[in-house]
Design a protein around this ligand. Structure first.
Ligand SMILES: Cc1cc2nc3c(=O)[nH]c(=O)nc-3n(C[C@H](O)[C@H](O)[C@H](O)COP(=O)(O)OP(=O)(O)OC[C@H]3O[C@@H](n4cnc5c(N)ncnc54)[C@H](O)[C@@H]3O)c2cc1C
Length: 584
């Protein structure tokens, strides 16, 4: 490829959606530079041990069986943020991960690789609450403008209603007994529960043996034997490469490496399309601009090859920042671009909490006679949710045991449960760390335990976000310093949702309810380069022309609480159209 028309920085959840749209609809040549490795691509057979190829433009390079080998499905192999194959750091695993300065009790969970953090994600794809876009006064565009892009994204990512297993039946029992109605729209304006919209293709009616996919299923799970869609094995955190043997684009969970990346590369079906090239292991260290007088204009980028250490500059007509909520502002600031006080600021995180319910077998069997246990590892990680526009929402979640012990009992800001009092007026029995013998007892109830993730409608505040650490640099310049402190108004919303969650557990018959009282867990991050502040209504930087942002940092707020990726990708698709119309 000669100088591309557009350079996209980051091949995470959103960057490949923009690139695909620019190539297919606007006929443009696009280069995506991704700082992390690429899994499931023949050019990089050992992505963590060997430099492999340089760039891939061919959908035939994608190899689903190679992905199955590289994504082992084992918890520690995948999820360890230092050594796991899904981490933020150089592809070369003999080197340490990249440091972020987070000086508080909190944890950042991201992935740097082709597919980005969507390699971990549970693919829950609700739309934003219309209220958060039209009535909260942060957005320069209307909800209605996003709807056609939601529709396109939902089609490409196979977004549909998740199939239910025992744990979801228990949630529905609790929500119904608590008096909440079922919601039957994607554009949610009222309070209630609904099946989860997620980007995971359905296991369908047909299996290789024509048996239904339940506890008695004894057939093959291989794509080569005819298995299609999700195997309900709950492996999404570990990279989710099921069904085994499937080509990359037929994997059931539609992370960006499965949905938008193959579509971006595969432009042969469209004779007007441009060309997309993706170069992994290429970390952008500077956004180049003109030196002229007047408006600053982006003219290219400089990137560093993470294996060789050599740097290179690429010229282009338009630069799209899609490096995520931490690295997009960091790169902006390290490039010396103008800061009007909002660059990196306004971070929203859905100020999560985690409410655990422990059930006995009889309760579960009464609700769902086919299952003796809830078995949180069976089924999609989340298949049902609750919404309360103006306050936030929650979702029912099941995970593998290592993650469950951490999330349920070992991640808290409340102190140790044995000496942390519980207000008798509150609907939970315990809160805080559970350790020692008590932790063993609780984990022995793993098969009857599940949790509700609270998603708070926290609002953007200028105190929260990303700045540069002026005491520590890595090979890409000063590292990002990240800070998130909830506002008392956000605490009040989180408390309200925690009480609703505990009540739903109680109404379903939980014998013990535990509030984990999480500190900030930064894995839904939005709005650090907000439209309406840093960006205009086209998502172009107000102070640098030809520089657009197309990742979750461009979102003007936290969408009211719904998981952000469907909206991040929808907005990224709209931004591609704005780029095409404005500059080409
Ligand atoms: C366990 C887990 C579960 C989740 N579940 C859901 C869910 O169910 N639904 C949902 O909507 N969201 C979910 N999320 C959140 C979702 O994955 C993220 O919100 C989303 O991936 C963010 O998209 P992004 O494009 O902004 O950034 P990312 O996906 O993080 O992508 C950014 C990419 O840019 C690259 N990059 C960074 N800096 C540079 C640079 N300077 N040069 C080149 N490349 C660079 C990174 O390596 C990365 O690949 C989950 C997250 C986690 C961790």
């Amino acid at each position: 490829m000669n100088d591309p028309d557009v350079v996209v920085i980051g091949a995470g959840a959103d960057g490949p959606a923009t690139a695909s749209r620019l190539a297919r609809e606007h006929g443009l040549d696009v280069l995506i530079l991704e700082g992390g490795p690429w899994h499931g691509n023949d050019q990089w057979p050992e992505p963590h041990a060997d430099a492999g190829g340089t760039v891939s433009t061919d959908p035939d390079d994608l190899d689903g069986k190679l992905l199955d080998e590289q994504f082992t499905h084992r918890e520690a192999d995948a999820n360890d943020p230092t050594h796991g194959y899904l981490r933020v750091g150089p592809a070369d695993h003999s080197r340490a991960p990249w440091f972020r300065n987070l000086h508080q009790n909190a944890f950042i969970w991201q992935v740097g690789a082709v597919g980005g953090t969507s390699l971990h994600y549970f693919a829950n794809h609700p739309r934003a609450y219309p209220h958060a876009i039209d009535e909260q006064d942060h957005w320069p565009i209307s909800y209605e403008e996003l709807v056609p892009y939601y529709q396109l994204n939902e089609e490409v990512t196979s977004t549909q209603q998740a199939p239910m297993t025992a744990k979801e039946e228990v949630f529905i029992e609790g929500a119904t007994n608590a008096g909440y109605p079922r919601i039957d729209t994607k554009n949610v304006t009222e309070t209630g529960w609904r099946p989860q919209a997620n980007a995971v293709s359905d296991p369908g009616e047909e299996t290789p043996t024509n048996q239904p996919l339940d506890a008695d299923y004894e057939g093959s799970f291989s794509y080569d034997d005819g298995f299609r869609g999700d195997t309900l094995v709950g492996d999404h955190f570990q990279g989710g490469s099921t069904p085994v043997d499937a080509p990359v684009r037929e994997k059931s969970r539609k992370s960006a490496n499965v949905s938008w990346v193959p579509r971006a590369l595969d432009t042969n079906d469209n004779s007007d399309a441009g060309n997309v090239a993706i170069r992994p292991n290429a970390f952008v260290t500077n956004i180049e601009t003109n030196d002229g007088i007047g408006t600053i204009e982006a003219t290219g980028v400089t990137f560093r090859d993470s294996w060789s250490g050599s740097s290179q500059t690429v010229s282009t007509d338009v630069v799209v920042l899609a490096a995520g909520c931490i690295e997009s502002p960091r790169l902006w600031l390290n490039s010396g671009l103008p800061d009007d006080g909002w660059v990196g600021k306004g971070l929203t995180t859905h100020w999560f909490d985690w409410i655990v319910g422990v059930y006995d077998d009889e309760t579960v069997a009464e609700i769902n006679p086919e299952s003796e246990h809830m078995d949180p590892y069976i089924g999609q990680n989340s298949a049902v949710r609750f919404d309360k526009p103006g306050v936030g929402g929650m979702e029912d979640i099941g995970m593998s045991p290592g993650l469950v012990s951490y999330a349920d009992y070992l991640f808290t800001e409340a102190g140790y449960s044995f000496d942390t009092p519980v207000d008798p007026g509150e609907p939970w029995d315990t809160r805080g760390y559970v350790v020692g013998e008590d932790l063993k007892r609780k984990m022995s109830d793993y098969r009857q335990t599940k949790a509700l993730l609270i998603l708070t409608d926290d609002l953007p505040r200028q105190d929260n976000g990303v700045s540069l650490d002026n005491t520590f640099s890595d090979e890409h310049g000063p590292v990002p310093k990240v800070k998130y402190e909830p506002h008392p108004d956000d605490d009040a919303k989180r408390d309200e949702l925690a009480r609703i969650a505990a009540n739903i557990h109680r109404e379903a018959g939980a014998e013990h309810v535990h509030r984990s009282e999480w500190p900030p867990l930064l894995l839904h991050m939005q709005s650090t380069m907000r439209m309406g502040k840093v960006l205009d209504e086209n998502a172009e930087a107000k102070n640098v022309s030809r520089l657009f942002v197309a990742d979750h940092s461009a979102l003007a707020n936290g969408l009211g609480g719904p998981n952000p990726t469907n909206t991040g990708q929808a907005l990224a698709l709209r931004t591609a159209d704005r780029i095409g119309d404005l500059y080409f």
